[in-house]
Write a protein that binds this ligand. Structure first.
Ligand code: SAH
Length: 216
């Protein structure tokens, strides 16, 4: 694909998939315009990197649809200084968007093969504020808590209690809750120790597999 074709696809994504559906956060739109999604998809999918849907990646997983990435990121209300925990690195595309908009990103993936590939792509693009870990993200990352923001990009069986415990006061957690096949994207804010939740959209994610997730 030529550079001009890619630019056309990016322009269409911003306009038709994002702005028209209510993505208004300028920093989110700028990050979506900047991060080269074609580098995070499988080689054979590059021509459709900016299509309006999720695409398959290795280990039977998916890279989320651009709109869902933007919607989840917008709901995190990032100002630039936050420490963010991401569960489900997958391709690393959402990780790159977060790295553009937050202070630091800690991302956990259960498949070492995916984490390695994501690490290669993120390093090649020069992201230095990202730490990738292989493990069970349903347990969070106790050693680095609390987190101002937490994002889960796999379908939850419950909202993992460790993640709620590791969410800072005034923090926001965005996750697809609760179901194996269909979920609702929710933004949960912790205020005075209480949880306030807001529905964003219906969605479909691959399952979050782990101790506080689905069984394999
Ligand atoms: N944000 C990613 C989405 C990848 S799909 C992207 O757009 O590319 C969800 C990912 O969550 C998969 O890679 C899957 O392996 C991972 N995952 C599932 N359960 C997990 C767990 N308990 N801990 C960490 N990662 C998990």
């Amino acid at each position: 694909m030529s550079k001009a074709d890619l630019q056309d696809d990016i322009g269409r994504m911003l306009d038709v998939q994002l702005r028209r559906r209510g993505i208004v956060d300028r920093r989110v739109l700028a990050a979506m315009a900047k991060v080269p999604r074609e580098q995070f998809v499988l080689e054979g999918s590059r021509h459709e990197a900016y299509a309006d849907r999720a695409l398959g990646i290795d280990c039977g997983q998916t890279i989320s649809q651009p709109y869902i990435v933007a919607l989840m990121t917008q709901a995190l209300e990032l100002s630039g200084s936050e420490k963010v925990l991401e569960i489900g690195t997958g391709s690393g595309y959402q990780t790159a968007i977060l790295a553009e908009l937050a202070g630091e990103v800690i991302s956990i993936e259960r498949h070492a093969e995916l984490a390695e590939r994501a690490s290669d792509v993120l390093s090649a693009l020069g992201y230095e504020n990202v730490t990738l870990t292989v493990g069970d993200g349903t347990l969070g990352c106790e050693g680095r808590a609390p987190f101002e923001r937490i994002i889960v990009t796999a379908a939850c069986a419950e909202c993992p209690p460790a993640l709620l415990a590791q969410l800072a006061e005034h923090g926001v957690l965005v996750a697809p809750l609760v179901g194996r096949d269909y979920q609702t994207l929710q933004a949960i804010r912790k205020v005075a120790g209480q949880l306030q939740s807001r529905d964003l959209s219906a969605c479909r994610f691959v399952p979050l597999v782990g101790e506080h997730g689905w069984k394999e």
